[in-house]
Design a protein around this ligand. Sequence first.
Ligand SMILES: [Zn+2]
Ligand SMILES: [Zn+2]
Length: 76
Amino acid sequence: MPPKFGGGEKCGICQKTVYAQERVEAGNIPFHKLCFKCKTCKMSLNLNNYAQSEGELYCKNHFQSEVVAKNTQTPV
Ligand SMILES: [Zn+2]
Ligand SMILES: [Zn+2]
């Protein structure tokens, strides 16, 4: 079986196929528009207000509190 091209992109959140009309791309990863929301508060995001860390999406507020704050803590 030859590999398929052009139809096999998987959403970075739910891992299901992403079709063009519902596609949002961020950091070279495709997402469904409906999956493109903050992991913490589920607020819908857009390309102007999202933040991304290790495949997870956050709003700016939760990126600060969930990612930046943790990363600046002293490592255990
Ligand atoms: Zn999805
Ligand atoms: Zn949030």
